[in-house]
Design a protein around this ligand. Structure first.
Ligand SMILES: Cc1ncc(COP(=O)(O)O)c(C=O)c1O
Length: 447
């Protein structure tokens, strides 16, 4: 019978078999590949992992926001098996196949506004991000790409340049391609020392000022933003922020690129997080992670005039839109609507538990997020907001020992993020929040 809850069998976590494999990892894999939870997984189902030592663990990370509809949903597995029996690879640019076309059709049908019609498919989020800038430059004939402070857009050169955090993502890898940053609406730590709502979302107006400078006038191709800054700490901007931003983009002839790689595919309770703010119409949307249901596929989706700007052969790639990945993505889209219905319930329960914890633990400075994407920012003093990064890491390690894989994030490394699948059953969610509370309590005591 399938496991319903986490259970730890070994005296230590990771258990002995994981420790042995860890030694091989040390020998054969670059040290640059860090592991959040060094338990080697044998099998995953729904919202649970079974490790090679017989432990069952709750997955609160979803492979960094990928398995939104859970591990191995039968519909996705079946679609993959069916496609794998037909062909594994052709390269769409050589001999096309139907499911690439069908996935692009689907992306148009679920787009946040009807103008986003045409897509190109790739393998990773970073690749989709890079191509969104290539397309923006080609269309606008302008050079500059902007992103936000606290942004994360990937690890390839341009995506890394657009990313904000130096350690570990950028340090030592330069020189990087040119790109520019503007402040994000991080209200808990407002970069302008203002308070929302009396600030009037002045951070957005700053961008207008920056682009109006003689050096930048007529030079900006695009601004890329995450609706919720993911790796940056699950930072949710005020509801007016993106409406203002896209208006300013229009004024300056700058394309707005909506990076929904982490926030998309239903995670926030809508297909795309930008849909929480009516009237925000991106020119390009980049998706990845969850759209593949566990398979690597990503996309840039945009207005036809924008997407058709580059010359034939200017976009593409050998594996982009691999047929098995397209089959998985199409099957995932079939079940996502149902899974999304569960998100408000998940959000309400997590929010309730986090608020209770905040009343007991002064270390919880801020609670924020949307849908099945919630976080706690830890501070050692609520007044100074000094980041409590050590405690965030200690909470993550304590949770692992109790049977839960938890991730941290944040520019200051002091945010615990909760990334459950959208199909996590209530009973498991309760166990997950119990483990979180116990782990946090232990981490606080230990410091
Ligand atoms: C918002 C955002 N953009 C881009 C990326 C890069 O995606 P990938 O790791 O698939 O290249 C990520 C990955 O975490 C992300 O969260």
């Amino acid at each position: 019978m399938a496991a319903k809850k986490a259970s730890i069998k070994t005296a230590e976590v990771p258990g002995p078999k994981s420790v042995e494999l860890g030694k091989l990892k040390e020998k054969y894999i670059s040290k640059a590949i860090g592991l959040s939870a060094p338990v080697y997984v044998e099998k995953a189902e729904g919202s649970l992992f079974h490790d090679i030592d017989g432990n069952v663990l709750i997955d609160m990370g979803s492979g960094i926001g990928v398995t939104n509809v859970g591990h191995c949903p039968k519909e996705v597995v079946k679609a993959v098996q069916k496609q794998a029996e037909k062909f594994l690879h052709l390269c769409f640019m050589v001999t096309p196949y139907e499911n690439y076309v069908r996935l692009c059709e689907k992306l148009a049908n679920v787009a946040p506004h009807p103008g986003l019609v045409k897509s190109v498919l790739y393998n990773s989020g970073a690749e989709a991000v890079e191509n969104s800038v290539k397309i923006s430059r080609h269309y606008t004939k302008k050079p500059a790409a902007f992103s936000f402070v606290h942004a994360f857009h990937g690890r390839t050169f341009l995506a890394m340049a657009l990313t904000s955090k130096e350690m570990p993502y950028k340090a030592g890898f330069g020189p990087l391609p040119d790109s520019y940053k503007v402040e994000f609406a991080y209200c808990y730590r407002c970069p302008f020392n203002l308070e929302y709502p009396s600030c009037g979302v002045a951070c957005a107006d700053k961008i207008d000022e920056v682009w109006s400078s003689p050096q930048l006038q007529g030079k900006v191709a695009c601004l890329i933003g995450e609706p919720i800054a993911g790796e940056g700490g699950f930072i949710v901007p005020p509801k007016e922020f993106y409406a203002k931003i896209t208006k300013i983009c229009k004024k300056h002839g700058v394309l707005y690129v909506d990076d929904e790689i982490q926030t998309g595919a239903g995670r926030t309770g809508k297909m795309w997080a930008i849909q929480h703010w009516p009237g925000v119409e991106p020119d390009i949307l980049v998706s990845g992670k969850g759209i593949g249901g566990g398979f690597p596929v990503s996309a840039t989706t945009g207005r036809p005039d924008v997407m058709d700007a580059p010359q034939i052969g200017g976009l593409g790639g050998t594996f982009g839109g691999n047929p098995v990945a397209c089959a998985a993505a199409l099957a995932q889209f079939e079940i996502i609507e149902k899974a999304m219905k569960n998100v408000p319930k998940i959000n309400a329960y997590i929010t309730k538990r986090l608020k209770e914890m905040q009343s007991r633990y002064p270390i919880i400075g801020d609670i924020r997020g949307m849908g099945a994407m919630m976080a706690l920012e830890l501070v050692s003093d609520r007044k100074t907001k000094a980041p409590a990064a050590k405690e965030a890491k200690a909470t993550k390690m304590a949770a692992l020992k109790k049977g839960m894989v938890l991730l941290t994030c944040g520019t200051l490394d002091n945010v615990i993020r909760l990334h459950p699948s959208m199909v996590m059953p209530q009973e498991l969610l309760e166990q997950a929040m119990d483990i979180l509370e116990e782990s946090l309590g232990e981490a606080v005591k230990a410091q």
